[in-house]
Design a protein around this ligand. Structure first.
Ligand code: NAD
Ligand code: PRE
Length: 309
């Protein structure tokens, strides 16, 4: 593949920026990659492992002359970082972010974007529970969605060029309006994370979670909760504080449903439970049959294949 941006600056050197650096290198997509992170330890680690071609001690130096700048810091830090780098951006540069929330990032970043610089917000729907400069890997984005939420006056060529980079890193792109993005992600990512945090908290209250037998015998469901609940506390604090309305809306609906199921259990209403679980099973099977779960076993993606009964 050929170079899409001559100089890419990564601000924040954690899981997402690190994965972008690996993916861009693997594909030969960037002429030169610079980086900056707030903590000196992170910068040192990034230098030691050669994550970027150059790691600078200031964001201003990292972005100088870059034609693409990626903001890959927690969503609560995006506005400050943008204010810091704004005077140092090259004319015509593109700024994108990878934040998990879009409306608040746009509100914090857009006012600082100088004329002639293109701001194109984005969000890769790919991650792990790991963080920091050593956690990235080149294949993170492969076959995953990467949503772009361009503003109405976005420059079409700048969006197309960013789209090319994302696609070349293996992801599939789609466009979405920022408020809609935040609602969709509240359902598919933010509320589920809060539920996982809560479930692990409940187990901890029982003072059993660290007992060997709980770990040893925990079924896959609880193991998945503990994996998700190991995600970065700063990142997730910021997600909930910055997608407050949508998350509270979804959690309100979740609580209502939980009460319905709780009541069915109390009343011994097996039919209601069975009907509910039949509906949710159909949803899962629909996702697999539509080929939307790239990590699921192959059934549903080969024509005519059926999920196991
Ligand atoms: N982890 C995921 O699963 C995931 C997936 C998609 C999007 N995101 C989003 O991507 C962004 C980065 O997440 P990550 O998982 O790479 O996090 P991370 O914790 O691995 O890395 C964050 C980096 O930002 C740096 N940083 C923090 N505050 C800073 C500041 N004020 N100035 C400069 N650097 C600063 C940290 O030093 C670190 O290098 C977040 O906005 C997150 O919402 C995360
Ligand atoms: O797989 C995981 O560990 C994730 O939580 C990744 C995940 C998600 O919820 O799917 C988390 C936050 C993001 O903004 C995007 C992706």
């Amino acid at each position: 593949m050929s170079v899409i941006y001559d100089k890419v600056a990564l601000i924040g050197l954690g899981l997402i920026a690190g994965s972008m650096a690996h993916a861009m290198r693997e594909g030969g997509l960037a002429g030169h990659i610079t980086g900056f992170a707030r903590s000196p330890e992170t910068r040192d680690t990034a230098r030691q492992i050669g994550l970027c071609d150059q790691v600078f001690d200031s964001a201003a130096e990292a972005v100088a002359g870059a034609d693409l700048v990626v903001l890959a810091v927690p969503v609560g830090a995006m506005g400050d970082v943008m204010a810091q780098i704004a005077p140092h951006l090259a004319p015509g540069a593109t700024i994108t972010d990878v934040g998990s929330v879009k409306q608040s990032v746009i509100a914090a970043v857009a006012p600082h974007v100088p004329p002639g610089v293109h701001f194109i917000p984005g969000h890769p729907l790919a991650g792990t529970e790991h963080s920091g400069p050593r956690s990235g890997f080149a294949s993170l984005f492969r076959n995953r969605w990467w949503l772009l939420t361009p503003l109405p006056d976005a420059d079409a060529d700048a969006v197309a060029r960013l789209d090319r980079l994302i696609t070349a890193m293996g992801a599939k792109t789609d466009r979405m309006e920022a408020a809609h993005h935040d609602l969709v992600l509240a359902v598919t990512s933010h509320a589920p994370h809060l539920i996982a945090y809560t479930m692990v908290g409940v187990a901890d209250h029982l003072r059993r979670v660290t007992d060997e037998e709980v770990i040893q015998y925990s079924a896959a469901g609880f193991r998945d909760f503990t994996r998700i609940a190991a995600s970065d506390p700063t990142m997730w604090r910021d997600v909930f504080l910055h997608n407050r309305e949508a998350t509270l809306d979804i959690l309100g609906r979740f609580t209502e449903e939980l009460f319905v199921l709780q009541r069915a259990i109390r009343m011994g209403d097996g039919q209601q439970l069975h009907d509910y679980f039949t509906r949710t099973r159909a949803i899962r099977r629909g996702i697999i049959e539509a080929g939307q779960d790239t990590e699921a076993p192959d059934f549903g993606r080969s024509p005519g294949a059926r999920p196991p009964e």
